[in-house]
Design a protein around this ligand. Sequence first.
Ligand SMILES: CC(=O)SCCNC(=O)CCNC(=O)[C@H](O)C(C)(C)COP(=O)(O)OP(=O)(O)OC[C@H]1O[C@@H](n2cnc3c(N)ncnc32)[C@H](O)[C@@H]1OP(=O)(O)O
Ligand SMILES: CC(C)C(=O)C(=O)O
Ligand SMILES: [Mg+2]
Length: 517
Amino acid sequence: MDKNRIIVFDTTLRDGEQSPGCSMNTEEKIKIALQLEKLGVDVIEAGFAAASPGDFDAISRIAEQVKNSSICSLSRAIDNDIKQSGLAVSKAPLHRIHTFIATSPIHMKYKLKMNEAEVIKRAVHAVEYARTFVNDVEFSLEDAGRSEIPFMKEVMDAVINAGATTINLPDTVGYRLPHELGAMVKELSDFAGDRAIISVHNHNDLGLSTANTLAAVMNGARQIEVTMNGLGERAGNSALEEAVMAIKTRKDAFGDLYTNINTPEIYPTSRLVANITGVEPQQNKAIVGKNAFAHESGIHQDGMLKNNETYEIMRPEDVGVFKESTLILGKHSGRAAFRDKIEHLGFDKVSDEELNAAFERFKILADKKKDVSDDDIRMLITDEALNQDKTYELEALQISDCSNGVPTAAVAIKFQNQIMRDAAIGDGTMDAIFKTIDRLTGYNGELKDYKVTSVTEGKDALAKVTTRVSFDESSPAFVGHGLSIDTMLATAKAYLSALNSYLSQKERLSKQTSHQV
Ligand SMILES: CC(=O)SCCNC(=O)CCNC(=O)[C@H](O)C(C)(C)COP(=O)(O)OP(=O)(O)OC[C@H]1O[C@@H](n2cnc3c(N)ncnc32)[C@H](O)[C@@H]1OP(=O)(O)O
Ligand SMILES: CC(C)C(=O)C(=O)O
Ligand SMILES: [Mg+2]
């Protein structure tokens, strides 16, 4: 392998999904995986196959569809976990199993209740077993950041001899300072030599994850594990966009090191992940935050007008920000201009069906809203792509809620080409809507999370509602998305969208089970 190439291993769909409130359904994971492939990531960690049937299903379907990135699944050093990972990734042209066990004294003593010899034995067996499924096996020494170097060397020797091809050194709790992490990586990558690729996986508990990832690269790591928008357990993981753009922008510091990331796809990927998870990057987030390329003060604006480089070290277009087309869309625009616009916004894989549906919705929006912004269009397309399951469709909603009155909702839903109507009262308007939908569909959803954000500014902004709803105790909560100028309409759509996702996943899993019987 080229010694200057940094392998980008994206774990948005696994560690990123471990962010509270970020769980995604299969269709959403597939959308993100296809976009990550377009972004040019080398390895996509698509999930933890043994965690749930839904995770297994998502990894297997991603493995069937992604061709150019390697598909990976995480597993404890436990045979069944490894077997599930092996089966889930088997259909991908490029695939990997990632297995791990903790090596720090605190994890071994209190969590695993194993001594060093037992940990090594489990690690070796896990790698050998994983090699019976795939040739590409990554082994992680969990909590490497708090592990002892001599013991790590013993583990590394053993698992490399057992067939591990990549050794990952996670700073699981974000403990190390950059100079310490750099020194650890230097010693262990010198130790591994050409026998394995050294990887790092840094958490952001002290806000140091990107600094640590870069220190590791400077000291011999040739794989970085990152997530889009820095999502991940607790304070998150090292952000893909930050590490990649630092290496690209500071060639003077990184020399010939490079990644294969197609950087203009960074912003579209960030938007897709934010829209799907409902978790927006903070406004001042590097590279992808709303303010990352905004200039507020007079002296800066003056400088920018004279020469962009006075206040910008990267060109926004290099990360896909402001890929504006010159066509202004309004109520008189046609399909050709609409397609041109969405291609400029980076959506080149939109089917004719999705385009037509989004175009119809665009026309309705353009009638109500003076300026249809790029963000509005981006949301219409994403929303259409996310709501392909249309078992139940909202036809009409009427609500009444006056102070001291009785909040009431009347709802009409299309199901199997029939329109069903009902009305109910509730403890508030939202409650009345959900109760009516439950009565019409026969399901009893429990709302776990509800978020509303406005897509653009102004009184006529589109409202984007994200719900997480649980429909039975044995499955996780399902995410639903709704988009409308009217917040309550968006709410009803988001609730139905979560129900549609739940039903389609249930149907797919029951087909798989009857297939296996
Ligand atoms: C640092 C990380 O991000 S690690 C990845 C985190 N991701 C996840 O946990 C994925 C989601 N997890 C799950 O769905 C569940 O935890 C499962 C299905 C994996 C396991 O569920 P359960 O069998 O109920 O176990 P539970 O989660 O309660 O406890 C974990 C067990 O695995 C053991 N374990 C933890 N890591 C490892 C490992 N790498 N190898 C072997 N065993 C391990 C723990 O010691 C504990 O064992 P014990 O029950 O004998 O004490
Ligand atoms: C499983 C490993 C790689 C992990 O996520 C961590 O240690 O943080
Ligand atoms: Mg992690």
